[in-house]
Design a protein around this ligand. Sequence first.
Ligand SMILES: Nc1ncnc2c1ncn2[C@@H]1O[C@H](COP(=O)(O)OP(=O)(O)OP(=O)(O)O)[C@@H](O)[C@H]1O
Length: 357
Amino acid sequence: MSLASLSFNQLRLERMSRAFGTFNALNEIDLTIRKGEFVALLGPSGCGKSTALNCIAGLLGTTGGGIYIDDKRIDQLKPEDRGFGMVFQNYALFPHMTVLQNVGFGLKMRGLARAEIDERSHAALALVRLQGQADKLPGQLSGGQQQRVAIARAIVIEPPLVLMDEPLSNLDAKLRLEMRAEIRRIHNQLGATTIYVTHDQDEALSLADRIVVLRDGSIRQVGTPRELYESPLYLDVAEFMGFRNKISGRVVQAANGEATIEVGGARLTGRALDALAVGDTAILAARGDDVIEGVSGTNAIEAAVETIEYRGREFVGTANTDSGMQLVFHGPRNAELGSRVRLEIDARRALVFAAQP
Ligand SMILES: Nc1ncnc2c1ncn2[C@@H]1O[C@H](COP(=O)(O)OP(=O)(O)OP(=O)(O)O)[C@@H](O)[C@H]1O
């Protein structure tokens, strides 16, 4: 039986696990995805994103836990019986079939009449804005157009769930941005439910309603893009979300959700994300654009400029503190290489974590 035409309220992963021999690629993943949501699975290479997606698709068996659509358990069903739409990094189009035939392939397999196949395939091509390309072969299309065909092919079956595995990684930077917007538009227009695997935090932030950060096969944090951008709960999630500066020091004050560390005579304050006490070793993390040169701030540390680049509106550079930490900073001027600068850190945006023992 195909689920393709069934509407549903939620997809539930209950302690979903996958081992390869003795290696646990996925450890008891618990996650509920509501109908209509756009969820990104985000994490560094090898964290288990594709394994999770393939288990949901049915291309890979689970070795523990269950997958449910509402109350129906689906992890024993074959991929075709789950009826999910899939889009991969390598478009996987049939080279000898026209665009229209590629898009209609899934419907043909389902035994639909020719007229309906053509009508639905044309409608899907219109949705991805490829009306004029129906009779071409994939080889006659650009990478971005081929990826649109792959998306049309995935959505033409009206799947309850669309699964995408790094669909934009083969495209150049400009096309990636364009297709990113297209993918969100198509998701909205269809009222689809989408699970999207990526290692690119910008892509996850701009596309998703919720981001699931994975690490070593486990869920590290789940939140809205804003929650993850502003308040990553762990240092490794923060690093992954762009907090490139890490300053290690000793806590000299901790109260009211803030902590101040001392490092080489400088005192730096940020939001405390762990329980910290005076005397603890802690790490203050900040994004490059929250470390500013050329202002007379108090929450500041001195460093020697190592590199500086012109970026149009501002300059971005790196500088080394006396204790040997390299910081990325932004500033309004072309600071001289080797010169000493004061870098002010935005205390409302910096985060302080306990140092791992
Ligand atoms: N068939 C397999 N046999 C053994 N180990 C595997 C197999 N498939 C994946 N793994 C391992 O499981 C872990 C997770 O792999 P997975 O492909 O899910 O990672 P990922 O987060 O998608 O990474 P990437 O972004 O590099 O694709 C990795 O350590 C990988 O080496």
